[in-house]
Design a protein around this ligand. Structure first.
Ligand code: HMG
Ligand code: MG
Length: 300
């Protein structure tokens, strides 16, 4: 049987959080319905952050109230970002079964993104993970700026590992390594993963690569060689981080699925249906999908 790779679809959150135009709840839910119909099982659907900081995510509770739930029995999981206890409480009330805390390997990015130092953030995350675990909810941990920071430049793999280890120690079941500004190349990705894999199993790590410099698919391929089997991606290549100027979308889900299918991995995702989901949201946003595979399939 083909080896399975887990795709965490972050389009509804990372993909849409930075959109300036209003996107109504119905459109977000319709996107999620299409992703579920395409066979996507892990969807980061919402973000319980301050609406003053990220206005686009303000409707997260309504989104969570309307996502298709019947599929949960078939193994569909919805998750949401929760920077603090206030966010966690909102996520629990909205029926999230997994939440994510999000830290950074760079002090400056931590302050710009969540208004506190790395050490302060880890203290906050500890109370979030404790409360989430008490409620029976799994916690994922993000580390941003793993391959470079928009404010500080190069980031040492050892610093990424330090933050990742603390997230693991407080109980995060998975650590997602975020190349927030998409500066990473396969070589740099390998060096980062070599450092992380000395202390953490590959099964605990996820690659979260933004495609700003066009390197994200290559970084996914390099990570596969290093043993990673979980990747975050965004349908139609939607996205950008509000606190990383110039950051573009995550690697497009269609491109990752095409790569994996052709390498013989199983994803459970129907590529044509995924392309349709990407077209749906791109039309709603008034632009073409950023996925090269989507463009190629449609012009073939
Ligand atoms: P703060 O201003 O320091 O918070 O923000 P505070 O605790 O001092 O509270 C100030 C106000 O915010 C209060 O309201 C709180 O109620 C409210 P007021 O009394 O002034 O009316 N507040 C909240 N409201 C709703 N939900 C909450 C919440 N917490 C406080 N959870 C905070 C600190 C962390 C809240 C803020 O900085 C924030 O929301 N930041 C979010 C930034 C963000 O979402 N960035 C994008 C996601 S990260 C990312 O994209 C990277 C990733 O994809 C990986 C990668 O690519 O690298 C994950
Ligand atoms: Mg991101």
């Amino acid at each position: 049987m083909a080896e399975r790779v887990k795709i965490v679809e972050v389009g509804p959150r990372d993909g849409l959080q930075n959109e300036k135009q209003p996107i109504d709840v119905a459109t977000k839910v319709a996107l999620i319905e299409r992703l579920v119909a395409a066979g996507v099982t892990h969807i980061e659907a919402a973000s319980f952050v301050s609406p003053k900081w990220v206005p686009q995510m303000a409707g997260s509770a309504q989104v969570m109230a309307a996502v298709p739930r019947a599929h949960q029995a078939k193994g569909v999981h919805y998750s949401a970002l929760t920077p603090n206890l206030q966010g966690l409480e909102a996520a629990l009330a909205a029926g999230c079964e997994e939440v994510a805390v999000f830290g950074a390997a760079s002090e400056s990015f931590s302050r710009k993104n969540i208004n506190c130092s790395i050490a302060e953030s880890l203290e906050r995350f500890r109370s979030v993970t404790e409360a989430a675990q008490a409620a029976g909810v799994r916690v994922r941990g993000y580390v941003s700026c793993v391959l470079g920071c928009p404010y500080e430049g190069a980031v040492a793999p050892a610093q990424v590992l330090r933050v990742a280890l603390q997230l693991r120690e407080m109980g995060c079941h998975e650590i997602s390594l975020g190349d927030t500004i998409g500066r990473g190349t396969p070589d740099a990705t390998r060096r980062l993963l070599e450092a992380c894999l000395r202390e953490l199993p590959a099964t605990m790590l996820a690659g979260h690569y933004h495609d700003t410099w066009g390197m994200a698919v290559a970084n996914v391929a390099a990570s596969l060689e290093m043993g990673l089997r979980t990747f975050d991606s965004s349908v139609a290549g939607l996205g950008g981080c509000p606190y990383a100027a110039g950051a573009s979308g995550n690697v497009a889900s269609e491109d990752v699925v095409y790569l994996l299918q052709n390498m013989g991995y199983e994803t459970g995702i129907d590529l044509d249906a995924l392309v349709d989901a990407g077209l749906f949201i791109s039309q709603a946003l008034g632009r073409a999908p950023q996925s090269r595979v989507s463009q190629a399939l449609r012009s073939a």
